[in-house]
Design a protein around this ligand. Structure first.
Ligand code: IVH
Length: 483
């Protein structure tokens, strides 16, 4: 066997094992055997750069040499879907389609994955480009990063069209998201609010080796091209699965409005057991011919609609409202609650945003309040159960007039929702917040200095503004805790 044949054989074998492991969840060899094959291929490729291939399984480890993303025009614009939260609008959609088509039709019911959308182009069975949605007309070329996602095939198998696009959602599974935030917390870095932001933030990283370590996943749900195998969208997705793509195993065809609602109602609760975030259901007319007849409005297809789930809600007691002062002096009201279980976590605090929101809710201490958490880290208060108020109604929540940290009178700028503490130079959280912002990764990126150290230096009177950081003497700090 020549070296080239050896390399080709190893690549084919690794593509197959990768697919078995990540897409089918059915590995045929041990992790150790897989790693050994990978190492063997890496060594051969290093010795023989003349056989370099952009779609080799070794490309999945990423590199730290990627440069800025270039913009690429989408061949077919990336549109979004009409959204609704109401069941009656789902009925309206169904009736509209029925009337317009005036013939039998099927509806393909899918989960609406809550990640970041991606468009993949394949030519001759090879991934050639991965582009973000961008503004719908053009997006960022993130191919190097996408190649690190193991469930996205670099090379296809079976009977695929010569040239096509496939679109889907890149997701960060809940467990990966939670782990990443735990690590960020330990490093005193700002957390990702939800897995969607984490997935899109990761996809835009300049270093694909870090992307590779973030364990993103992808579900593909939309094929585009001139030579697709079937007229049915559902059938095309099944074909795509046979070429090596990960498609959702929960997609179903419905033949009546009742079946559509059965699907919606089932997933409204069952989605909580999925490993990734979903925020609704997507309904699509299955036949591509019928889709074409229905066409598009300026923004979205007439043949599809997204039904969004209500965010999860819990009822609990409001005990008090406290106020946080940020680096800009903005004052945020925080509801302190009786602990309550919500979407798998215990919630004790929720954001109240600003004085207008508090006023609009007509909040009183002791009220039973509704807390919602739509995949966000910080839950919010969305309503008050006024019927639960007894004879003894608590004190009305009034926004504070003075800063809880320094006592200054708060101000509110014309047309702005937030209250501010104007004491920029002597209000502790503003001073510390500004210094923390200055040293943070996106600003000066000063290693080894986090909020807790800033807090200690400030308490000891060693720093009062960012300039003081440069006056710190080794003698001042060498004997301090954590130094
Ligand atoms: S179909 C022209 N199917 O939801 C229709 N989209 O506003 C193309 N999404 O941008 C989209 N799951 O990022 C489709 N099963 C699914 C989806 C889905 C999530 C996202 C997608 C799109 C947005 C729709």
């Amino acid at each position: 066997m020549t070296v080239k044949e050896k390399i080709d054989r190893l690549r084919a074998e690794l593509h197959r094992h990768n697919y078995n492991y990540y897409v089918l969840n059915a590995p045929e060899i041990s992790d150790k055997e897989f790693d050994d094959l990978m190492r063997e291929l890496q060594e051969l490729e290093k010795e023989h750069p003349e056989y370099q291939d952009d779609n080799s399984p070794t490309m999945r480890v990423g590199s730290d040499l990627n440069k800025n993303f270039t913009q690429v025009a989408h061949k077919y614009p990336m549109l979004s879907l009409g959204n609704t939260y109401s069941e009656s609008e789902v009925t309206d959609f169904y009736e509209r389609v029925k009337k317009a088509l005036n013939e039998d039709f099927e509806i393909c019911c899918e989960l609406k994955y809550d990640g970041t959308s991606i468009s993949l182009t394949y030519e001759d069975g090879k991934l050639v480009r991965a582009v973000t949605r961008g503004d719908g007309e053009k997006g960022d070329n993130v191919t190097d990063n996408v190649k690190t996602i193991r469930t996205i095939p670099l090379v296809l198998h079976g009977n695929y069209p010569k040239s096509f696009e496939i679109r889907g959602e890149i997701l960060m599974p809940w467990v990966v998201f939670e782990e990443l935030n735990r690590e960020k917390e330990a490093r005193e870095e700002p957390l990702f609010a939800n897995p969607r932001n984490a997935a899109s933030g990761t996809l835009k990283l300049q270093n694909s080796a870090i992307v590779a370590s973030r364990k993103l996943d992808a579900y593909l749900y939309y094929l585009l091209g001139e030579e697709l195998p079937c007229d049915g969208h559902y059938e095309n997705l099944q074909a795509a699965a046979s070429w090596g793509f990960k498609t959702s195993e929960h997609t179903r065809k419905a033949h009546s409005l009742e079946e559509v609602f059965e699907y919606i109602n089932y997933w409204d609760t069952e989605r909580k057991n999925l490993p990734v975030a979903t925020d609704g259901i997507v309904l699509k007319v299955n036949s591509l011919k019928q889709q074409k007849n229905l066409g598009f409005t300026a923004k979205s297809p007439r043949w599809a609609i997204a039904y969004k789930f209500q965010a999860e809600r819990a009822l609990t007691r409001l005990n008090k409202v406290t106020y946080q002062v940020g680096r800009t002096g903005a004052v945020t009201p925080v509801a302190n609650l009786d602990s309550v279980q919500l979407s798998g976590t215990i919630v004790k605090r929720a954001s109240l945003h600003n004085a207008d929101i508090i006023e609009g809710l007509d909040l009183h201490i002791g009220d039973m309040v509704y807390v919602e958490k739509g995949g966000e880290i910080i839950p919010k208060i969305t309503g008050v159960d006024k019927d639960a108020r007894g004879m003894l109604i608590g004190e009305k929540v009034k926004f504070i007039t003075h800063c809880p940290e320094c006592g200054s009178k708060l101000i509110r700028f014309e047309g702005e929702a937030a209250h501010y503490c104007p004491n920029e130079t002597a209000c502790p959280p503003q001073i510390k917040g500004k210094i923390e912002h200055f040293i943070s990764r996106k600003a000066m990126n000063i290693d080894g200095l986090g909020p807790e150290t800033v807090d200690m230096f400030y308490r000891l009177g060693l720093i009062n503004d960012t300039a003081d950081l440069y006056q710190l003497k080794t003698d001042d700090i060498k004997n301090l805790e954590r130094m």
